[in-house]
Design a protein around this ligand. Structure first.
Ligand code: AMP
Ligand code: MG
Length: 405
């Protein structure tokens, strides 16, 4: 028996806004640099010191006075990296200097080894020496007090190097959301097992595990939940003690075995129960106690991943404090006639190729919500507004970029 859904059909953008409005940002923790990779900085970071902190030679050569250009200079000693020369360079003298060495007092430039003539301990400089050349002045890279990183920035190689150079062994970052992930459906068997007649392998859990990890969540796998309301409830209530977010797949359409919506309803408030979206109409979003979130994704593999992209991924990025919540978009020229769905916004999967200055989008073939092949290798999602018009081949549209070719 099918029931008629009581949930209003919500526009995609309205549903996405509802999700973000109810999504909290995680707390902040101070984390050692080694564990900050990919995390999001929670506070603006300002330099407590200048970089470099001292005038630092950019080359191997001689520290000299520019006024001594073209003269034979007596070499007094050496300033190597980490071993400064303690004396000062007076008129008529020079000090050997190595890259990263402190420019000695008195010297105002460095002349490269290649550009001098050396005769025992006397060095003859070229006739054109420029004050300030071949060394980095204090604060040339970073000035003390300067803001170097902004809250909301994801920490990658350069950002972590910068933090280390400025003397921060730990950084304040947003906590990663902990997410419980469960597939539901009595037809599901674990991958590696042999499906009997009418059974299928649970693939959504692996797809969603990858998607969740990619966006920075800590995932707790709950396995396969049965189409049995009490057992499902026990599993979910237990898991919710230890996580911030629940993500399920399956069980959100209107069949009598679809138990996720009533379960979320009994645990909190369902804000979105149906969306004018293809694929992904049954997408469900609820807030649960303690500001936790529940996402009931549809069972069809493509529907679960597309609704993840459109609704869950931005929410998990908001939780982690990302300044940028959404995928970047780029203009692409459609190489195919995109047919629209009358009453729903459609996200079609495309591959991209470069043609001159342009990106050209080709359909990945049948856009059936069960056909993961339409998403495997896709570079972008193209949004087709509802109606009977569609979008003609040759039209330039903004595409949501998943990966560039
Ligand atoms: P449901 O939303 O539970 O009605 O499921 C819709 C369709 O998606 C059905 O054909 C299910 O067999 C399929 N499906 C549900 N869950 C999964 C899963 N975890 N992996 C692969 N297919 C699934
Ligand atoms: Mg099901």
């Amino acid at each position: 028996m099918l029931r008629v859904s009581a949930y209003p059909l919500v526009e995609v953008d309205e549903a996405a806004a509802l999700v973000l409005d109810h999504t909290p940002t995680m707390g902040v923790e101070r984390v050692a640099l080694a564990h900050c990779i990919g995390r999001v900085l929670a506070e603006d970071l300002s330099a407590t010191a200048s970089l470099p902190a001292f005038p630092s030679s950019a080359v191997d050569g001689y520290a000299v006075r520019s006024a001594d250009a073209g003269k034979a200079l007596r070499v007094l000693g050496e300033s190597a990296a980490g071993r400064p020369f303690s004396g000062s360079v007076e008129p008529g003298t020079a000090a050997r200097i190595l890259t990263g060495g402190v420019l000695p007092d008195g010297a105002d430039c460095v002349v490269m080894f290649e550009d001098v003539q050396l005769d025992s301990e006397v060095v003859t400089t070229p006739t054109n020496l420029r004050e300030g050349s071949n060394f980095h002045r204090p604060g040339a890279d970073v000035r003390a007090g300067e803001q170097v990183l902004t809250a909301g920035t994801q920490l990658g190689a350069a950002e972590l190097g910068l933090a280390a150079a400025l003397g921060f062994p730990r950084l304040p970052v947003f906590r990663r959301p902990r997410v419980a992930l469960m597939s539901t459906g009595d037809e599901l068997v674990e991958v590696g097992g042999k499906p009997g007649r009418g059974q299928i392998i649970d693939s959504n859990r692996w797809a969603l595990l990858a998607a969740l990890r990619e966006v920075g969540a800590e995932v707790r796998g709950l396995g396969i939940g049965p189409d049995q309301s009490d057992a499902l409830r026990t599993l979910v209530v237990d898991a919710l003690r230890e996580v911030d977010v629940l993500v399920t797949s399956g069980g959100v359409s209107v069949g009598t075995h679809d138990l996720v919506k009533p379960l979320l309803e009994s645990l909190g408030t369902v804000h979105v129960g149906r969306v004018k979206l293809k694929p992904g109409k049954p997408f469900t979003f609820a807030t649960l106690s303690d500001r936790k979130l529940g996402f009931g994704l549809p069972g069809f593999p493509v529907s679960s991943l597309v609704t993840f992209e459109v609704f869950v991924r931005p929410a998990l990025r908001k939780m982690q404090g990302f300044a940028q919540l959404h995928r970047p978009t780029l203009p692409v020229r459609l190489a195919y006639d995109a047919r629209a769905t009358a009453d729903r916004t459609e996200y079609q999967r495309v591959t991209l190729r470069r043609e001159g200055q342009e990106l050209v989008a080709e359909s990945t073939g049948s856009q059936s919500s069960s056909r993961l092949m339409s998403l495997a290798g896709a570079h972008a999602l193209v949004r087709i507004p509802p109606g009977d018009q569609g979008i003609k081949a040759g039209t330039v549209v903004e595409a949501m970029i998943l990966a560039l070719p």
